[in-house]
Design a protein. Structure first.
Length: 512
């Protein structure tokens, strides 16, 4: 195979690719922001719209189910329609759904708007990433582009906490929806006029309808199962039924994909050793990260008494660490060392930051404990995420880039659902056990309030210990399964895929 020199972009490189990156990154920021910005606004929206306590979780769950369930379909649509067209349609649809959510006057409209946001997000996210995968073909340029993208993917959720706090506290919860509209319009116009998708990258094979149905139902069942486990317990019959259904549906999906002529998800995409290692290690790391966002938000607001805005700003060190790890450490080293030597140490560094947080107490100092822990977490995750997303479509035929990108989103979405349910359950059990053991000593209202706070912190610490173990497992998987060399030095070829753009320049491609 001919190998393009790393020092200069290939002759056919799109001259507008850096402008395109701006609009792709803007769209990605909008999608990632939306995952956390609505959490801050939820209490106000619930009160205004008269949503019951039992149904308020559906404001979050409706989005998660549509997004997680339709991701593989969205990735395949991007391969079929063309990534630019799918990207623009996703942006316009997301803006319309956001306008509907911001203008909602009742529960049904709000839940419908959130489901529509999730559906259009499932079109948008894989299209955005696969556009980068096919537009940036030089190793050093790709490292820079994916560094920027990785920083947004990792830090955008924390930015959502800040923005959500500001909009809710100083304007109105509705603006947490309306703020998406200018993002989407600018990104859609920019994409329409600037992005030039490389020719020959579409997959015009007939759509695998049985695969679409089985994968969507299976993923929805899996994500909803974890959501139910958090609210109703792991032994709830409905929860168990959802998990059993997910196993059966996804098993049937794998069987169908191995036999149909034009599968929704070619099994070679996930059975390749390096891509499989990325999907698994990244999904596990997201379990730890989602749990941390949840516990640290509650700790700062309930235990320390921070306002929503102050809580958002308290996450800034993590954002700074992620940006530094992704755009400086990851980008500079990605073309010099094998990906596993960035991902493994990155996850371990994040685990060290998580280990510090196991020492949380009611009176813990922000500057003395939480700040250094967040910096380590951010640096580690930023360093690991960038090469992970870059490697996720390594060796994939360009016509499969959309569905390979969707697989990264799917591993993150499922990881987030598992993380929230699993770690929250562990924390709640530890809190209950602590309260039972120490209830006799709390005889006054003040002592009882202090006991409640101590129980909460004890629960957080117990769950964070699990998160430490999960990050160690992520690092171990990355170091043992991923065996590709550094970009440009004869990377391990993807099994079962034809030579595509990523193979020709012998560098990994990115997916989110």
């Amino acid at each position: 195979m001919s190998k393009i020199p790393e020092s200069s972009p290939p002759a056919q490189a799109d001259p507008s690719r850096w402008k395109a990156l701006v609009f792709i990154a803007l769209a990605q920021l909008m999608v990632v922001l939306d995952a956390t910005i609505v959490n801050i606004a939820l209490p106000s929206a619930q009160q205004d719209l008269g949503i019951s306590d039992g149904n308020r979780q559906w404001v979050i769950t409706a989005y998660a189910l549509a997004f997680g369930g339709l991701l593989l379909f969205g990735g395949r649509v991007a391969d079929l329609w063309g990534r630019k067209r799918t990207f623009v349609v996703g942006l316009i649809g997301f803006a319309a759904a956001s306008a509907l959510g911001g203008a909602a006057t009742g529960e049904a409209t709000m839940l419908g708007a959130r489901a529509l946001q999730g559906a259009f997000g499932a079109l948008l996210a894989p299209a955005a990433l696969s556009l980068l995968a096919v537009m940036f073909t030089d190793a050093k340029e790709r490292a820079k582009a994916f560094g920027i993208y990785g920083a947004i993917a990792g830090g955008g959720g924390a930015v959502g906490l800040i923005l959500g706090g500001f909009l809710t506290e100083y304007l109105n919860w509705r603006w947490t929806f309306f703020v998406n509209i200018p993002f989407a319009i600018v990104a859609a116009l920019g994409a329409y006029f600037v992005i030039r998708e490389p020719a020959g990258g579409r997959n015009r094979s007939p759509l695998d309808i049985p695969g679409v149905v089985l994968s969507t139902l299976g993923l929805v069942s899996l994500v909803y199962g974890f959501t139910r486990a958090e609210s109703d317990g792991w032994s709830d019959p409905t929860t168990i039924g959802l998990f059993v259904g997910a196993v059966l549906l996804l098993g049937a999906f794998a069987l169908v994909e191995s036999r149909v002529k034009s599968p929704l998800l070619p099994l070679r995409v996930v059975t390749d050793r390096n891509r499989g290692g990325v999907y698994l290690s990244l999904g596990l790391a997201v379990i730890a990260m989602f749990g941390l966002f949840l516990f640290l938000t509650y700790y700062l607001q309930v235990v320390k008494g921070y306002s929503p805005v102050k809580t958002g700003f308290a996450f800034l060190p993590m954002i700074a660490g992620m940006i530094t790890g992704s755009t400086q450490i990851g980008t500079r080293l990605m073309t010099r060392v094998p990906p596993r030597f960035l991902m493994g140490p990155g996850f371990l560094t994040a685990g060290l930051g998580m280990l510090l947080l196991t020492q949380l107490e009611i009176g813990s100092s922000y500057a003395g404990l939480i700040l250094p822990a967040q910096l380590l977490l951010g640096l580690g995750m930023g360093t690991a995420f960038m090469p992970a997303m870059s490697l996720a479509t390594h060796g994939v035929d360009p016509r499969d880039a959309g569905v390979a990108s969707a697989m990264v989103n799917t591993s993150q979405q499922v990881g987030g659902a598992i993380g929230t349910a699993l770690l929250n359950t562990i924390a709640a059990s530890a809190t209950t056990a602590y309260l039972v053991d120490h209830a006799a000593g709390a005889t006054t209202p003040a002592a009882q309030k202090l006991l409640q706070l101590q129980g909460m912190v004890e629960g957080y610490s117990a769950a964070i210990w699990w998160a430490v173990g999960i990050l160690v497992a992520s690092a171990t998987i990355a170091l043992t399964l991923i065996n590709t060399g550094k970009p440009g030095t004869g990377a391990v070829a993807a099994s079962g895929s034809r030579a595509g753009a990523g193979d020709e320049v012998k560098i990994p491609v990115i997916a989110h």
